[in-house]
Ligand binder design. Structure first.
Ligand code: ZN
Ligand code: ZN
Length: 349
């Protein structure tokens, strides 16, 4: 079944019945009776965006920890790093209320956040890569995506989405090496004879990174960043939607993306044996430009994402990643988890 605008209102109603969270109930009150002590007591934050657009399901205190396993042929499959993916919610303050007014109960708003981090080292290359999303209950910015890489390379990217004057807008900026700027504190001493103070041409010093000018484009209402797309896909599982199409932004490039549910398989993972389904992602450029789609953390090529069925919790991601000058085949497998939906559990032996 593909997502069509007419099916969406029914879909939104169904999304409130997130399996294992508030079974058979239309509200978000935790069902304490039905919840084991080690399970979260709260339903996920369902982030509604626009009519005709899948909501984003944000578990309130979930953490998934994965191992990053390299495939080095005769050298084996060592674990080279860790990938952590967590989400939560917090109160959102719209600014101070005007004098004489008070905040009504229904104005107590919430924002959602998703944090992912890859740390590791391989072949002398160190990586500490963070991608964060903030979902805000306001027109602009409604979503802030930041991508920060530390370690052997340092760079930052920021994408903001939302509505300005009724138009759906994306704004993107990235940093670069400030080469030759006037700041006295950026001067470094030469290593050779002269030891003359100068500004380097290029380096990986964090303090030499400055923002470039921001660029902007108009986007379709449902367009979203790649990390939020994963949490949007979790809304798909909650309503047993077999496929959905939406636009995904990589920097300011738009990609028509279809996610469909593929084969079923039981996967053996460090966290246990899980009943899974393959999520098949197809992308084609929505712009004139050519080029290849590159996913989160630069994962590219044949990207396989396996999610637990029925919860939609991602348990395995396989593909190729760029690691400095190298292109390595990796499998990212779930090792431990907390705060997951009640129906997320390994199979009994
Ligand atoms: Zn400088
Ligand atoms: Zn420099």
């Amino acid at each position: 079944m593909f997502l069509s605008p007419t099916s969406v209102p029914a879909l939104l109603a169904l999304v409130f019945f997130v399996p294992g969270m508030s079974e058979g109930r239309m509200d978000f009150e935790p069902d304490v009776q039905a919840t084991a002590p080690d399970q979260p007591l709260q339903a996920p934050l369902i982030f509604q965006r626009f009519e005709g657009v899948l909501p984003i399901t944000v578990p309130r205190r979930e953490e998934l920890r994965f191992g990053v396993y390299l495939h080095l042929g005769p050298l084996g499959d060592p674990m080279a790093g860790e990938f952590v993916m967590g989400s939560g919610s917090e109160p959102f303050l719209r600014g101070l209320p005007l004098p004489g007014s008070s905040l009504a109960a229904d104005e107590r708003l919430e924002s959602g956040w998703v944090h992912t981090r890859v740390t590791g080292s391989a072949l002398g290359y160190k990586l500490d890569h963070n991608i964060d999303v903030r979902l805000l209950p306001q027109a602009w910015p409604a979503l802030i995506y930041t991508d920060t890489q530390r370690g052997s390379e340092n760079r930052r990217r920021e994408l903001r989405l939302g509505q300005i004057a009724g138009k759906h807008i994306a704004r993107y900026r990235r940093d670069h090496h400030c080469g030759g700027c006037e700041r006295a504190e950026h001067l470094v001493k030469g290593l050779l004879l002269s030891r003359r103070e100068h500004h380097c041409e290029d380096c990986d010093r964090l303090e030499h990174r400055v923002w470039r000018a921001e660029s902007e484009r108009e986007i379709p209402p449902g367009a979203i960043d790649m990390l939020s797309a994963i949490y949007m896909a979790r809304s798909m599982r909650a309503v047993e939607l077999e496929a959905a199409s939406f636009a995904v932004l990589d920097k300011l490039e738009l990609w028509n993306t279809t996610i469909s549910m593929g084969e079923r398989r039981v996967l053996e993972l460090p966290a246990g044996r899980f009943a899974c389904r393959k999520m098949v992602m197809e992308t084609s450029s929505a712009d004139e430009g050519e080029g290849a789609f590159s996913g989160l953390f630069g994962i590219h090529g044949e990207i396989d994402v396996w999610v637990h069925d029925p919860s939609g919790v991602p348990v395995r991601i396989a593909g190729a990643v760029p690691l400095g000058p190298f292109d390595l085949k990796v499998t990212i497998d779930l090792r431990s988890y907390s705060g997951t939906p009640a129906d997320f559990a390994p199979l009994a032996d």
